[in-house]
Design a protein around this ligand. Structure first.
Ligand SMILES: NC(=O)c1ccc[n+]([C@@H]2O[C@H](COP(=O)([O-])OP(=O)(O)OC[C@H]3O[C@@H](n4cnc5c(N)ncnc54)[C@H](O)[C@@H]3O)[C@@H](O)[C@H]2O)c1
Length: 283
């Protein structure tokens, strides 16, 4: 997608942080934007503060499939078309593996992973049917490329899944006439450490021993979300699959690949694989 003016964007988690940064960047490009979020009061205020006729808002819980489909219907009712979908709403939770209960897992998977699935399913058929191109941006994290810190297993697992989902979607888009990118931010100055404010009652109380202290400083010193929004616009135009906000992480990702390469080499020389002439499945 090269031309943004007069096109329509839908952004989840739009009331705060990175979502709001993307909304501002899309408005600056002359787009019409539907802001979706679970926090109604904050969403209303954020939309009003933009002082723009090109913006609307809809309350939406991305973990609830019908809520996302209702928000998609509201977007099409308001603007008739859809071109850019940002499945960005996310929550962070953690704790050691034995400390995270079923509610912790269901909440994190429900918002961070199924929220992305719901957004793609609600809009991709319309983007394809319109035949005007379009782009899906799914927000993962650097934690979707590197699982560095112990105790963030639910979060990291969902973010790796969003990377895998989007890499698959990118291939679908080559056939279906739309683009796809996965946003993998490093630290960004947002309200993410207050994520439990949005934990729905059905997932039960937060019992995991998450320590936001470990990440609070990184977040406070992080990038301005408005810069992330501008980067997203630039990356959509450049058709980048991975949108990376902190190039300093390249070295650590490279180390992960080196460890993988080392494991391949070890496997190739292992007793089990050298004892068979079968090379396995064809690539
Ligand atoms: N801030 C960072 O450093 C950072 C780094 C990597 C990835 N991320 C990812 O960026 C995304 C945006 O987070 P942020 O940092 O802007 O945090 P944020 O808390 O400022 O914004 C998240 C928004 O999502 C909304 N939300 C939460 N649950 C929701 C639900 N069920 N349905 C709809 N909306 C919901 C919140 O109300 C909030 O407005 C998340 O997916 C997060 O994992 C953030």
């Amino acid at each position: 997608m090269q031309e943004f003016a007069d096109k329509v964007a839908f952004v989840t988690g739009a009331a705060s942080g990175i979502g709001l940064g993307m909304v501002k960047a899309f408005l600056a490009e002359g787009m019409q934007v539907m802001m979706a979020d679970i926090e109604e009061e904050v969403l209303k205020v954020a939309a009003a503060e933009l002082e723009s006729n090109a913006v609307s808002w809809v309350v939406c819980d991305v973990s609830d499939r019908s809520s996302v489909f209702d928000a998609a219907a509201a977007t099409l009712a308001a603007y008739e078309k859809i071109h850019v979908v940002c499945n960005n709403a996310g929550v962070s939770t953690g704790g050691l593996i034995e400390e995270c209960d079923e509610g912790d897992w269901n909440w994190t998977v429900g918002v961070n992973l199924l929220g992305v699935v719901h957004g793609c399913q609600a809009f991709v058929p319309t983007i394809k049917a319109q035949g005007e191109g379009g782009h899906i941006v799914n927000t993962a994290s650097m934690a979707g490329l590197l699982a560095r810190s112990p105790g963030w297993t639910p979060y990291n697992s969902t973010k790796y899944a969003v990377v895998g989902l989007t890499e698959s979607l990118y291939e679908e888009g080559r056939l279906g006439g739309f683009g796809a990118s996965v946003l993998c931010p490093g630290g960004v100055r947002t309200n993410i450490t207050a994520a439990p404010r949005n934990r729905q009652a059905r997932f039960g109380p937060q019992v995991s021993k998450v320590s936001y202290n470990d990440i609070t400083e990184d977040i406070a010193k992080g990038l301005d979300p408005e810069i992330v929004g501008r980067l997203v616009v630039e990356a959509i135009r450049a058709e980048r699959l991975h949108i990376l906000t902190d190039p300093r992480f390249a070295r650590l990702v490279q180390k992960r690949f080196e460890r993988l390469a080392d494991d391949f080499e070890w496997a190739a020389n292992s007793q089990a694989l050298t004892s068979t002439s079968s090379p396995g499945a064809a690539l």
